[in-house]
Design a protein around this ligand. Structure first.
Ligand SMILES: Nc1nc2c(ncn2[C@@H]2O[C@H](COP(=O)(O)OP(=O)(O)OP(=O)(O)O)[C@@H](O)[C@H]2O)c(=O)[nH]1
Ligand SMILES: [Mg+2]
Length: 294
């Protein structure tokens, strides 16, 4: 099933995403997701941060670099506008400069009507499909409160972007997201002193983090500075995930979270209780379990 999808290129993936959108719980959809879940291939990288911090510009730079290395990249830009009143965040979140004729790059914007974490939402299913087809899956989410933590339910590696001179993003970190990022970047280093100060502040805040230290990088997508160091940090985190079964555990916890969320969404909190023990066996597909419950 996945080989057929891969052979069909971007058109086939677009059709599969349409099927996912139209009939997320149809047996054929769940069977496809099941097959994709069993054949993961990509490194899933999440990029989050406040509006306008430079996420999309950074993603353009990363995509260009990865394409040069021959890696095939799929992108999901999550638009949270429907969750934010006033439409202040409406608009195209991607602003990516990619070549539409390049079969090695697939870009898709998606609305996050609710939490990102649920299987019922399009995002997780789309990610699982893309993960079976590409080398890298990039997910952009805008950090508006809770949504930073949602990205950990989908990504293997989470990059948090901080805006130079923005004390508020550091406040976010103090409010509990300090444990979320695997890599922190201060964007727009071409702005000079403000960026350096934010870099310094981030180091001070992250020093209070439990467990292993996190790389904090200064970069400028506009000038192409610091991109190589970020690529190296992303690759190093990916290598680290292959030690001691960390990737398997992280993805297992994600799949369990999606399943619980999907059952809660479909049957309510009571339904979740009645469903009893939903614990997935190692490597078991949450989509198959969901299909049995439906
Ligand atoms: N000076 C400078 N400006 C930048 C840099 N990167 C991005 N910008 C500018 O910052 C603004 C926002 O950039 P985006 O890449 O769209 O930021 P974003 O975080 O994706 O924005 P949203 O998706 O709307 O949250 C644009 O005006 C960019 O030109 C940089 O490295 N240096
Ligand atoms: Mg953007």
């Amino acid at each position: 099933m996945i080989a057929g999808l891969a052979a069909g290129g971007k058109k086939a993936l677009a059709d599969a995403l349409a099927q996912l959108e139209a009939a997320p719980f149809a047996p054929a959809t769940l069977a496809l997701l099941d097959a994709a879940f069993a054949a993961p291939q990509a490194h899933v990288v999440g990029i989050t941060g406040p509006p306008g911090v430079g996420k999309s510009s950074l993603m353009s730079a990363l995509i260009t670099a990865w394409r040069r290395q021959g890696a095939r990249v799929a992108v999901i830009a999550v638009d949270p506008s429907s969750r934010v009143s006033g439409g202040a965040l409406l608009g195209d979140r991607t602003r990516l400069r990619t070549d539409p004729t390049d079969e090695g790059v697939f870009v898709r914007s998606m609305a996050a009507r609710d939490r990102l974490g649920g299987l019922a939402g399009l995002t997780i299913g789309a990610m699982v499909l893309m993960r079976a087809l590409y080398d890298i899956v990039l997910i952009e989410t805008v950090g508006v409160g809770q949504s930073e933590t949602d990205i950990t339910s989908a990504a293997d590696t989470v990059i948090l972007c901080l805006q130079p001179g923005a004390g508020d993003s550091l406040q976010f970190m103090k409010a509990g997201i300090v444990e979320i990022p695997d890599i922190v970047v201060v964007t727009k280093s071409d702005l000079g002193l403000a960026a350096e100060r934010t870099h310094h502040d981030a180091e001070a805040v992250l020093a209070f983090r439990h467990g292993e230290s996190v790389p904090i990088l200064l970069l400028s997508a506009a000038r192409g500075q610091g991109i190589a160091a970020l690529l190296a940090a992303i690759a190093a985190h990916w290598r680290g995930l292959h030690e001691e079964g960390r990737l398997v555990r992280r993805r297992q916890a994600q799949a369990q979270g999606w399943l619980n969320e999907a059952v809660r969404e479909a049957f309510g909190r009571e339904g979740l209780k009645r469903a009893g023990d939903l614990t997935l066996a190692e490597g078991a597909s949450p989509f198959a379990t969901l299909a049995k419950l439906a």
